[in-house]
Design a protein around this ligand. Structure first.
Ligand SMILES: Cc1cc2nc3c(=O)[nH]c(=O)nc-3n(C[C@H](O)[C@H](O)[C@H](O)COP(=O)(O)OP(=O)(O)OC[C@H]3O[C@@H](n4cnc5c(N)ncnc54)[C@H](O)[C@@H]3O)c2cc1C
Ligand code: FES
Length: 346
């Protein structure tokens, strides 16, 4: 059954398929509803129901504060409309999807161990894989309640390949299925692309990427995208980028055994010519051979060669890391918000 929702704030109306959450329906129809994680964690998609009937798929989602709950607010990424209705939500042109998200069936065609607890999963679907570097998709896994967001690690391609890099989470319900049950040839439901932290090909600034743990995936996609667009190098690149930008990639690992990336980055000619890879280890284990930088990865940002306000930033990983980087960049170094692109992995 199809229903129709109107945002009282701006009068915009969009249609909802019955299986879609309000957020997915809005973005699918090209409406820029505010959001970030699509996973119930951040609260960016909170809305006020005005009239109509709504069904929450996850009433205890952490994205709703006690105050939101008292005011009857709901999360658009965890709510379905049961018929026509009116809501009050935030929206902006920045959220209008550059590529409309769509549902598709994907087949697992291969895996590769990246570190002791991170694995690349390669899926294939019908037609071309169309997404921007740094975006993510939502996967529905058999027996797992709710969808899970996973960032692409590759770039758009005509072969229909959708790659992700996933860290095994202790007692995690989706990662248990992915690591222990899913076999090559198995088919799952996916929906995407989503996300606003994608590569800005028009920006003339040097690029700084920061990844914490599995935040490696979107950052690798951004650097692969920059390389493919000829944005990196010493001035002799082709295409939109003209190849004059440098890239710095800071990888925050807890232990030495968590570090990855050198091999993938070495395969990018632009990064090899104009890139710097700096792994930072926060808790080197006794007996681990490590004479590189230690501590929290964000503390190394002020050591970059240029004033921080002159860079374009991309980062992904655990919410505390993202919070620390945002504060450092926006409050201490006055980096304009438009130059900061990030995903928090709830
Ligand atoms: C934008 C984004 C991009 C991400 N990209 C990556 C990536 O590239 N690689 C990676 O390893 N991880 C990524 N994550 C994290 C990933 O989505 C999962 O949270 C993680 O794999 C743990 O899932 P789990 O089910 O194993 O763990 P669990 O601890 O079982 O579940 C954790 C997460 O599942 C969701 N959840 C739990 N219960 C429900 C419910 N009832 N309904 C709906 N959702 C529920 C919540 O988001 C919760 O944080 C990303 C997260 C976000 C938000
Ligand atoms: S987008 Fe809905 S809680 Fe993050």
């Amino acid at each position: 059954m199809m229903s129709s929702l109107t945002n009282e704030k701006d009068g915009a109306t969009f249609t909802c398929e019955s299986e879609d959450t309000i957020l997915r329906a809005a973005l699918r129809s090209g409406y820029g509803m505010a959001y970030e994680c699509n996973a119930g964690g951040c609260g960016a998609c909170a809305f006020d129901p005005v009239s109509g009937e709504f069904e929450s798929l996850w009433p205890d989602a952490p994205g709703l504060s006690p105050r939101d709950l008292r005011k009857g607010r709901m999360l658009a990424c965890q709510t379905r409309a049961k018929g026509d209705g009116v809501i009050r939500c935030s929206s902006a042109a920045d959220y209008v999807p550059p590529i409309r998200p769509a549902r598709r069936r994907l087949t697992l065609v291969g895996t590769r161990q990246v570190t002791h607890d991170m694995r690349e999963f390669r899926f294939k679907g019908e037609g071309a894989a169309n997404f921007l570097p740094g975006q993510y998709m939502l996967l529905d896994l058999p027996g797992v309640k709710g969808s899970r967001a996973y960032s692409f690690s590759n770039i758009a391609n005509d072969a229909g390949e959708w790659h992700v890099i996933i860290r095994r989470v202790k007692d995690g319900s989706a990662t248990r299925v992915l690591f222990d049950e899913l076999r090559e040839g198995d088919v799952i439901d996916a929906d995407g692309p989503y996300g606003t932290a994608y590569l800005q090909t028009e920006s003339p600034r040097d690029i700084v990427c920061v990844a914490g743990g599995s935040g490696f995936a979107p950052v690798l996609s951004v650097l692969r995208g920059a390389d493919a667009a000829g944005m990196l190098g010493q001035g002799q690149g082709q295409g939109q980028g003209q190849g004059a930008r440098k890239a710095h990639f800071l990888f925050g690992a807890r232990h030495v055994r968590d570090i990855c990336g050198a091999e993938e980055l070495a395969a990018l000619s632009g990064f090899a010519a104009a890139g710097q890879f700096m792994p930072v280890v926060s808790e080197p284990d006794e007996g681990e051979a490590w004479d590189g930088p230690t501590g929290f990865v964000h503390t190394y940002l002020p050591g970059l060669p240029r004033p921080l306000a002159e860079y374009e930033f991309y980062f992904a990983g655990p919410p505390p890391m993202s919070q620390a980087i945002q504060e450092l960049l926006m409050i201490e170094h006055k980096v304009p918000f438009g130059q900061i692109h990030f995903d928090r992995f709830f």
